[in-house]
Write a protein that binds this ligand. Structure first.
Ligand code: SF4
Length: 441
């Protein structure tokens, strides 16, 4: 079965699982992992579905999973109320839950009461199949926080996490089969190990990473995204280590106190600056310079020009090189987020102006970061089927490398996942800048 992924790595992971589920991938049709992070994201997969229903093979269906088809962790019973323009096609659409456990005939989910029990059955079917160059491993999903702009939480519902032994076994098998890099991902990853994601001091992600280093041969562990509140001293120490991917992506959202308060985030602007200073002060044992990325929202209700300047100064002062920027989305109808009811909604024109100022600032900072690496030795993790003439992949600190800007040392073997050392040559614009909303692997 063909598949199309919109949105985040959690969607990649569950797509992997659906495609591995016994008897599913052989059905006629197409699988769509939907995303609701912005109105634009919704428009994209709906447009794709409207085209796909017209091109289905005999007896085929469009199977929709992801945040668009689920609500409170279950298949949404309001789907066609939320997406009335898809109603004419309902004969050709089948809605699916987050994972195959929700479909009769598939391995049943254990009904435990702790966050980890509720996710226990996830791993086994996954370890064998691996659709992507690196191993995305969902270690946690859902969230107990209630940020006022967040729609994901309404879909994925309460926080739950997988037990350490299962994750370690999954990644150990991947490494034994030659896998080099794993990306730990989820909805609120830093909350792994905590009973409640609000209690961020209870998060035990450093324990899990250290267990992976101790009990598996995985070369690189990447953490997809972290709330700044989870950057404890132990977490900072993890990023000092050579087996930690030297890229930290933080869901910062804003640099202004007033906005962070209305978003119901877990940190103030001064706490954020303290955390970023500590992160920027890290000197890794392998000498690699850490790169930092951030999710940022512009145009949140009540955001003033000076609030926006606070966000820009965070990006400037802490050299945020990779910006994943969103214009605030109130979402409509049944999807309306709590912040949609706040006064002082920011006009779309102002949001657009702020988006372009923010992205062009991030551009400049990224080029400066890349220039600083000119002539430095880096390690490439080749993707696809590399050769010394044509290759692409990421460095250990998340610089996109290819034959255009990387000179490999002589005499190295070229094959997928086999790290290659060489010298970086700064070439303006040769490196990716922004995260693509669409699937990129
Ligand atoms: S912490 Fe993240 S997932 Fe949880 S409610 Fe806030 S934005 Fe949503």
């Amino acid at each position: 079965m063909e598949y199309r992924i919109f949105g985040c790595k959690t969607n990649k992971y569950f797509t992997d699982k659906w495609m591995a589920a016994p008897g599913f991938a052989s059905k006629p049709g197409i699988f769509v992992a939907s995303c609701v992070v912005t109105e634009n994201a919704k428009r994209k997969w709906k447009r794709f579905v409207k085209k796909a229903v017209l091109e289905l093979p005999e007896g085929g269906k469009v199977y929709i999973s992801g945040c668009g088809s689920i609500s409170e962790g279950k298949v949404s019973d309001r789907f066609y109320d939320e997406y009335p323009d898809l109603s004419p096609f309902r004969e050709k659409i089948e809605l699916l839950g987050e994972d195959p456990d929700d479909v009769p005939g598939f391995p049943q989910k254990k009904s435990g009461n702790t966050p980890s029990d509720r996710l226990r059955s996830l791993g086994a079917a996954l370890s064998k199949s691996n659709l992507f160059t690196r191993k995305y491993s969902v270690i946690q999903t859902g969230c107990d926080n209630r940020c006022t702009f967040c729609l994901t939480v309404a879909a994925r519902w309460s926080h739950k996490w997988r037990p350490k032994d299962e994750i370690v076994a999954e990644i150990a098998e991947f490494a034994q089969n030659g896998g080099v890099e794993t990306v730990l991902t989820g909805t609120n990853v830093g909350a792994w190990g905590a009973e409640d994601s609000n209690r961020f001091d209870d998060g035990r992600l450093p324990d899990l990473v250290e267990a992976l280093w101790l009990e598996t041969d995985i070369r690189r562990v990447r953490i997809s995204s972290l709330g700044p509140e989870f950057l404890s001293n132990r977490m900072l120490d993890i990023f000092r280590q050579p087996r930690a991917h030297a890229y930290v992506h933080l869901s910062i959202q804003s640099g202004a106190d007033a906005v962070l308060k209305k978003m119901r985030r877990k940190y103030s602007a001064s706490q954020l600056r303290e955390t970023l200073s500590a992160l920027r002060a890290i000197r890794r044992t392998d000498g690699v310079k850490i790169s930092v990325g951030a999710d940022l929202i512009v145009g949140f209700p009540g955001e003033t020009d000076s609030d926006f300047e606070d966000t820009l100064s965070i990006v400037r002062d802490y050299s945020i090189v990779q910006v994943h920027a969103f214009p605030f989305s109130p979402h409509e109808g049944l999807h309306a987020v709590p912040a949609s009811k706040l006064p002082d909604q920011v006009p779309e024109k102002t949001k657009a102006e702020r988006m372009s100022r923010l992205l062009s600032l991030a551009d400049d900072i990224r080029e400066k970061f890349l220039k600083e690496h000119d002539g430095l030795e880096l390690e490439l993790l080749p993707e696809g089927s590399p050769s010394k003439e044509a290759f692409s992949g990421w460095s250990e600190n998340h610089i996109a490398l290819s034959e255009k800007n990387f000179v490999p040392h002589a005499g190295q073997e070229w094959r997928k996942w086999r790290p290659v050392r060489g010298v970086y040559r700064y070439v303006p614009g040769a490196s990716k800048i922004y995260w693509q909303i669409q699937s990129d692997t």
